[in-house]
Design a protein around this ligand. Structure first.
Ligand code: DC
Length: 243
């Protein structure tokens, strides 16, 4: 039987991590897990239940009451996230959740609970997980680690289009502001800040097509699965032409 590996995709908000991870999982027949959705689910719960983020006891109680599940959506060919029995896939992508998510995800108790759940989900391997600390904290032994970056204006434009498709019209300036604020909190927090793992391949998605970025990761993954030591050099990315 073919060896199964763990693929960790980390990087800044809006670089295309989740669409890349989804595509890679689909091609390899792996499970895709969106760890950011889990932090968003906790954030939604905290907003709806007016949890005081400064109050550790309240946070701990909330974490005991929160049940996050992923369920396969055949129409979209991906997992949707559920809070108990409620599909919250759409709600968690809204701006009011994006505005609070970095605050919630820097809380120690939240991270401990999420990392433990993510590690359980990846126990059997055959998993592609995207987030901020997957290669550094959740799966430090992942066979393949990717660190994605991208120009902020391009990231913001991509987010704006995504939100527009869902009926949310948001000015580009406020999206840039939200991304910058999240980047700052995500990279400077004391607990598991966003950073590139030493053994991660860096992938700048600014000027390449979606197909190119997915293909890059798929090639690396296949090489890791075969263990044939023909891992393509990350310079390959420099040969891609502008999208
Ligand atoms: O990937 P995303 O933009 O949906 O993630 C939402 C937020 O969750 C992000 O601003 C930081 C946090 N996050 C995290 O701290 N660790 C992860 N592994 C994934 C996301």
């Amino acid at each position: 039987m073919e060896k199964k590996i763990v693929i960790a995709i980390d990087g800044y908000s809006g670089c295309g991590k989740s669409s890349t991870a989804q595509k890679v999982a689909q091609v390899l027949g792996y499970i895709y897990i969106d760890s950011g959705a889990m932090y968003r689910a906790i954030t939604l719960y905290c907003i709806e239940n007016e949890i005081n983020l400064e109050n550790t006891a309240q946070i701990e109680e909330a974490l005991n009451n929160i049940h996050i599940n992923f369920e396969w959506n055949p129409e979209k060919q991906r997992n949707d996230i559920y809070l108990d029995d409620r599909n919250i896939e759409k709600e968690i992508r809204k701006m009011y959740v994006s505005d609070k998510v970095s605050e919630v995800s820097k809380i120690h108790e939240v991270r401990v609970a999420m990392v433990a759940q993510q590690q359980r989900l990846g126990q059997k391997k055959g998993v592609v997980m995207d987030g901020r600390d997957i290669g550094t904290m959740v799966f430090p032994d992942a066979e393949l680690k990717i660190f994605m970056t991208s120009d902020i204006k391009i990231r913001a434009k991509r987010r704006q289009l995504e939100l527009e498709e869902k009926g949310d019209k948001i000015a580009i300036e406020s999206i840039i502001e939200n991304l910058q604020k999240r980047d700052l909190i995500d990279t400077t927090r004391t607990e598991s800040p966003l950073r590139k793992a030493e053994d991660a391949f860096e992938l700048d998605s600014s000027f390449i097509t979606f197909e190119q970025q997915a293909d890059y990761v798929i090639q690396l993954a296949k090489s890791k699965i075969k263990n044939d030591n023909t891992i393509i050099n990350s310079d390959v990315i420099a040969n891609f032409t502008t999208a």
